[in-house]
Write a protein that binds this ligand. Structure first.
Ligand code: AMP
Length: 307
């Protein structure tokens, strides 16, 4: 039982077998040594923690029930937990389990040693083509896996992307994701990363995540999202017009711009498919097959040291 948490080192096949079994271990706070805070979210804090028996390091996310009740988010949280715990992919942050006490809900998460991509981006301004392509390829593969399982993420943004010890990208936070075989109508997420059909609150499907890959690719390379504006209204207008322009910077190649332009397409059926993204010349040329990028790691370590 105590080895349950160690399963991130097991094979995908083993993890898939476990997914089909009901969770046996009833966790409690007594099972963990709690370490330093890793960050603060909207509804609670995240701590470094170690499972006592196995000594396995995890991130423990503490959510206050009062907040969840106040904002009537229990359905969303339950959906997030069920979806995330059912996924097992090298680029999706694992949710090993959860438990609760009178006031709090605790999520036992895979620890992402190197933190948020957002922090790297804000510190360095923009990423190199090799780094950006490696992250876009990792994201594309993770999304292909999610879409295969009928999960649409709908809220991919740099704040929801974490990096593990080796610098491998991990999608975290499935708070706005849905498991769906049909088109959805609910508006959600941060405006900058939303596809036109979501901004307009129209029916949408998996292609919303493909649009977001275009937005992220742009932000990785230029440091700002493509439709950023002074007001939400202006961002809305720019998204609806697909008002896309590329600043004249020498570090972004024509191939990268080609990929972005083929993802930021208003008609969702005409956006490049996930498979075609993986075959795109810019990805083939720049993405590391390991999913990690050593110059990026050095840069990250420097940033972490400065904090
Ligand atoms: P959240 O409540 O998910 O927004 O998390 C708040 C902050 O905690 C994030 O911005 C991260 O910096 C940090 N954090 C969350 N989850 C993890 C994790 N699994 N590993 C490392 N740091 C995390």
């Amino acid at each position: 039982m105590d080895s349950q948490i160690q399963e991130s080192s097991r094979t995908n096949e083993q993890n898939q077998q476990r997914e089909q079994q009901p969770s046996r271990k009833q966790w409690s706070l007594h099972d963990f040594d709690i370490g330093r805070p890793l960050g603060k979210g909207k509804f609670g804090r995240v701590y470094l923690a170690r499972e006592k028996k196995s000594k396995y390091i995890v991130a423990l996310k503490v959510i206050f029930k009062e907040q969840i009740e106040k904002y009537r988010l229990h359905h969303q949280l339950r959906r997030e937990m069920e979806i995330q715990s059912s996924l097992s992919h090298p680029n999706v942050l694992r949710l090993f389990g959860w438990f609760h006490d009178g006031e709090r809900i605790f999520l036992i998460l895979e620890y992402a040693h190197r933190g948020e991509i957002y922090r790297l981006l804000r510190k360095s301004g923009y990423l190199s083509e090799k780094q950006a392509a490696t992250y876009i390829a990792s994201l594309t593969q993770a999304l292909a896996y999610c879409h295969d399982k009928h999960v649409i993420h709908r809220d991919i943004k740099p704040e929801n992307l974490l990096l593990d010890f080796e610098g491998r990208l991990k999608i975290a936070d499935f708070g706005w994701s849905v498991q769906s075989r049909s088109k959805r109508h609910t508006m959600c997420g941060t405006l900058d990363y939303l596809a036109p059909e979501m901004v307009e609150n129209k029916a949408h499907d998996y292609a919303v995540d493909n649009w977001t890959l275009g937005v992220l690719c742009y932000e990785f390379l230029y440091g700002v999202p493509p439709f950023e504006a002074e007001s939400q209204k202006d961002t809305f207008r720019r998204i609806m017009k697909v008002d896309l322009s590329f600043p004249p910077t020498p570090h972004v190649s024509a191939e990268a711009k080609n990929l972005i332009s083929r993802l930021l397409v208003k008609d969702s059926s005409k956006r490049l498919s996930l498979q075609k993204i993986m075959e795109h010349p810019w990805i083939v040329k720049n993405a590391s097959s390991m999913g990690t990028c050593s110059p990026a790691l050095k840069q990250l370590d420097k940033i972490l040291m400065e904090l």
